[in-house]
Design a protein. Structure first.
Ligand SMILES: Cc1ncc(COP(=O)(O)O)c(C=O)c1O
Length: 379
């Protein structure tokens, strides 16, 4: 049990999750690619208007499958923000390739597309934009650089399901994209993810790699009469029990999104005066981006102010958290050649970002308490 009166995140049930888990068990098959996996797959393809979606055990796994599909090799370089979760970089490093870290924009905290061109070398193979808070990166500019240099684009869309850039769903711009259904996400099954395949050339091989390097999926579709080892691969299928839970959530997406929108807008409506007085900045959403109301962050005036604010909230039983520690100056990042000063905006902002409690079942009374507690912090 959490010692916090208001935790940072709290999992909840949106509707039929438990009923569907029972149905999955009673269907006689709870391994991967069962009835509910298929329902989730079809629904996600429809919602994203994407040609192929494969459920995976996590966004991390989906990113690793993407790196395998790109055939990344030692010596290859992939440009990505340093301000991201470790999984974006690990996927590349696991193939022996090198992450090249690009700094972020101070407004959206997304990779700064103006810096991309200067980082492209003859070894660059791909760009991995991360849509921070589900707010779209500048995809027009990123795709233009990719086209000019013949690079692949893989979107880390862990936070951006239902987000849009210029009216088009995030996760449909790159040849591949990864989604997360980890418990902190809008739609969740505890641990889970999906690989979105927008370039049909990856479709057959993606299915094989996800099924331990075998053509078992083709056998299930009656295309071959026995399955065998045909390529590299791993086990990336979630159990149908997880897919059943996920489908229960996806089905209630309108209600979940409406609740999250209310929570986000209340924070955005209640905090500006308090924040301005203390030099604290609230999130920025460009007019051409539709956000999925995934998280609400503050940018404090200093690291010291953030540390004091976290302690102040903790004293009142509220857990607020920060992320990400810049990858380029992490232990591993420094072993890969990163050094302080490489990404100055990332280094500055990562010391000042603070995420407020935000989950589907956060009640109005709980949020009132968070807001009142923030207002009681005067410096
Ligand atoms: C940007 C980003 N990429 C990848 C991941 C990894 O997601 P998962 O926990 O589903 O593997 C996260 C986790 O929150 C994330 O924020």
């Amino acid at each position: 049990m959490t010692p916090y009166r208001i935790p940072f995140n709290r999992p909840g049930l949106a509707g039929n999750e438990l009923r569907y888990i029972r149905e999955s068990v009673e269907s006689g098959r709870i391994s991967g690619d069962g009835v509910f996996t298929e329902k989730c797959r079809r629904l996600l393809e429809e919602l994203l208007e994407a040609p192929h979606v494969l459920l995976t055990t996590s966004c991390t796994t989906a990113l690793e499958l993407a790196a395998l599909l790109l055939d990344l090799r030692p010596g290859d370089e992939v440009i990505m923000p340093s301000f991201t979760f470790v999984s974006t970089a690990n996927a590349v490093v696991l193939r022996g390739a090198r992450p090249v870290f690009v700094d972020i924009r101070p407004d959206t905290l997304n990779l700064d597309e103006r810096l991309l061109e200067s980082l492209v070398t003859p070894r660059t193979r791909a760009i991995m934009p991360v849509h921070y808070a589900g707010i779209g990166c500048e995809m027009d500019a990123i795709l233009a650089v990719a086209r000019r240099h013949g690079l692949q684009v893989v979107e880390d869309n862990a936070q951006g399901l239902f987000g849009e850039y210029q009216g088009r769903a995030l996760g449909t711009f790159g040849s591949l994209a990864a989604l997360s259904f980890h418990e902190t996400k809008n739609i969740s099954c505890g641990e889970g993810g999906a690989l979105v395949i927008n370039d049909a050339r990856h479709a057959d091989r993606a299915e094989i790699i996800r099924e331990k390097g075998t053509n078992r999926s083709r056998m299930f579709r009656g295309l071959v009469d026995k399955y065998t080892w045909v390529d590299l691969g791993s086990s990336a299928l979630p159990s149908d029990i997880l897919a059943a839970f996920l489908y229960g959530q996806l089905e209630r997406r309108a209600e979940i999104q409406a609740r999250r929108r209310r929570i986000w807008e209340r924070y955005a409506g209640e905090l500006p005066e308090w924040a301005a007085a203390l030099g604290i900045r609230l999130p920025f959403v460009p007019a051409h981006c539709r956000q999925p109301y995934h998280l609400f962050y503050l940018v404090t005036a200093s690291l010291d102010q953030r540390t004091r604010l976290i302690a102040h909230l903790k004293q009142r039983g509220i857990l607020a958290v920060f992320h990400y520690l810049p990858l380029h100056i992490s232990e591993m990042g420094q072993r890969l050649g990163g050094k302080p000063g490489d990404c100055p905006v990332t280094e500055d902002l990562s010391e000042r970002v603070l995420r407020l409690p935000f989950y589907n079942d956060l009640s109005e009374a709980e949020q009132d308490y968070v807001v009142a507690s923030l207002r009681a912090f005067d410096g």
